[in-house]
Write a protein of this length. Structure first.
Length: 136
């Protein structure tokens, strides 16, 4: 069955990027609220994780970008573990942060620059993370 994109508007390109960077199907969220209920950082958030996903579904990216939530997230992955729809919410929030960084013009490093920074002591996981985070 073909999946339908439910968001549109002038920021739709960035919303597409959030899906691409995070690799998550935001449209699969059923708004059960488990992510928000299990988030240990929710007290410092002005928009709860399930609300973030809903805003992204409806194309209201600016509200998410302007929220405290994206910077309050501790990337603990509890929400991602609990989601019944297998949405990695922590990764979605990371993708939103990356969009903010890209907008500011300090967005990425080239693959060749990453290679120059690699040394023997750098864990493989960190190298992969750097490529994933800044080279897309
Ligand atoms: S736990 Fe998953 S399905 Fe439930 S509201 Fe959060 S993102 Fe949506
Ligand atoms: S990854 Fe972020 S949003 Fe998810 S439970 Fe942890 S602090 Fe909350």
């Amino acid at each position: 069955m073909k999946r339908v994109k439910i968001y549109s508007g002038k920021r739709s390109k960035e919303l597409e990027q959030i899906s691409q960077i995070s690799g998550q199907r935001i449209q699969d969220c059923i708004q059960c609220g488990k992510c928000s209920a299990s988030c240990p950082a929710s007290e410092g958030m002005d928009i709860l994780p399930h609300q973030v996903i809903r805003l992204l579904q409806t194309g209201e990216l600016e509200k998410v970008i302007e929220s405290k939530t994206i910077w309050s997230c501790a990337s603990c992955f509890t929400c991602s573990e609990r989601c019944p729809r297998d949405i990695d919410i922590a990764n979605v929030l990371e993708a939103v942060r990356l969009i903010v960084i890209r907008r500011s013009g300090e967005n990425r490093i080239k693959a060749e620059d990453v290679i120059k920074k690699i040394d023997d002591k750098m864990p493989q996981q960190a190298i992969v993370s750097v490529f994933r985070k800044y080279n897309k």
